[in-house]
Design a protein around this ligand. Structure first.
Ligand code: ADP
Length: 220
């Protein structure tokens, strides 16, 4: 069974009389222990795909299954429950509460998932290179630090599926290698990882690359 299965996803946006087809029949599978990279030019549909895969957005056609359970066309509450049980999510919209420090954000995520583990917080922040920024508020972080803090939150409970949009944007080479090591540790632990990325270094370490263009899979 796949960790994540998407069948023929379609998503249209309407502004006035204009229609944009952000996804035009995208199918994609991610297995446990696999890293899949989604690449493609800006506007090709990556963010829309990630939002539909995690149930944060509803596709207009097609459906998504998480560990064999249908996620699409369920109530908000059911989608939220499935999301909490299965996903760690870092999208462009961010996932940090602005009034909490980095460390408090990670702690809250663990508490919300019912998995508080004070001992894991420091090693987790270390693994994303943010120990020194543990007490910083999100507004005090650089772009790269924000992405890494968001990643720490998304990774906080070792989610069965990590979905991250540009997790290595604006980070230096050393940090990028450190984050890649994180993703590889997830692979070794049999967890699924799906990353939208422009980074060649990151895409090269993926088990599979799904290239999007104009809302379609180019290499499908
Ligand atoms: P990417 O993440 O690859 O840059 P997106 O998924 O953000 O691509 O966007 C795909 C297409 O859908 C683009 O043409 C974009 O303008 C359009 N789009 C995305 N979200 C919206 C929205 N909320 N309203 C209108 N158009 C949107």
């Amino acid at each position: 069974m796949h960790a994540l299965d998407a069948y023929e996803l379609y998503r249209f946006f309407h502004i006035g009389d204009d229609e944009t087809a952000a996804l035009r029949g995208v199918s994609l599978q991610v297995c446990a222990g696999e890293i899949v990279a989604v690449t493609g030019p800006s506007g090709s549909g990556k963010s829309t795909l990630l939002a539909c895969l995690t149930g944060l957005d509803e596709p207009d056609g097609g459906h998504v299954e998480v560990a064999g359970v249908r996620l699409t066309r369920r109530s908000q509450a059911n989608r939220a429950r499935l999301r909490r049980a299965n996903f760690g999510i870092l999208l462009q919209s961010g996932n940090l509460f602005p009034h909490l420090t980095v460390e408090q954000n990670v702690r809250l995520q663990m508490q919300l998932a019912g998995k508080p583990d004070e001992k894991r917080i420091a090693p987790l922040l270390d693994s994303v290179g943010l120990v020194a920024r543990a007490r910083a508020l999100p507004t005090e972080l650089s772009g790269g630090e924000t992405a890494r803090a968001g990643l720490a939150v998304a990774l906080a409970c070792d989610p069965p599926i990590l979905v991250a949009d540009e997790p290595t944007a604006e980070v230096d080479r050393d940090t990028e290698l450190r984050l890649i090591a994180q993703f590889e540790a997830r692979r070794a632990a049999g967890l699924a990882t799906l990353l939208a990325t422009h980074s060649k270094a990151l895409a090269q370490r993926a088990d599979r690359i799904v290239r999007l263009k104009d809302g379609r899979v180019e290499n499908g």
